[in-house]
Ligand binder design. Structure first.
Ligand code: FES
Ligand code: FES
Length: 168
């Protein structure tokens, strides 16, 4: 018997509702039901990090989570943080530091970095390496990726300070 479930979830600021097979993963729901294909299906077993999304602000492997588990919660995918016309500072920084080659791992890397910066505005190199331990890249050295994250974190801190001076 194929059990189905209904979920309501906020994805990239938009309320979505769907009826799904109970065993549908969050990754499959995002890619197949919502056509959000930025999160990639790599290993499908929690090893590569290409499927990362933010779940209530925390970076998670969407291949390991059932869509049923995110009912009532908030998801942000790579599509929700920037686009070609208006890149997020992390995306700009990755480009500037030549951290992108084939690009397959990039949505996952950037989401992981965003989750880290959300918890720690000024992450150390060690903290960045620890956060990226579950994100595999077959193309670039990790050095450029770490530099990109450090530079973007610095820019975001500066933006934050500027905004708080304005409202003070
Ligand atoms: S596809 Fe999810 S960790 Fe590899
Ligand atoms: S840029 Fe190709 S896998 Fe990372």
């Amino acid at each position: 018997m194929n059990d189905t479930i209904e979920i309501k979830v906020r994805v990239n600021g938009i309320d979505e509702a769907a009826r799904l097979q109970a065993n549908t993963t969050l990754l499959t729901f995002l890619r197949e039901s919502l056509n959000l294909t930025g999160a990639k299906e790599g290993c499908n077993e929690g090893e590569c990090g290409s499927c990362m999304v933010l779940l209530d602000g925390k970076a998670v492997n969407s291949c390991l989570i059932l869509a049923a588990e995110v009912d009532g919660r908030e998801i942000v995918t790579i599509e929700g943080i920037g686009n070609a016309k208006s890149l997020h500072p992390l995306q700009r920084s990755f480009l500037k530091h030549h951290a992108v080659q084939c690009g397959f791992c990039m949505p996952g890397m950037i989401i992981t970095a965003l989750g880290l910066i959300g918890e720690k505005a000024d992450p150390s190199e060690g903290e960045i390496k620890t956060a990226l331990a579950g994100n595999l890249c077959r193309c670039t050295g990790y050095e450029q990726i770490i530099q990109s994250i450090q530079a973007a974190a610095k820019q975001l801190r500066a933006q934050e300070q500027k905004a708080s001076r304005r409202t003070a």
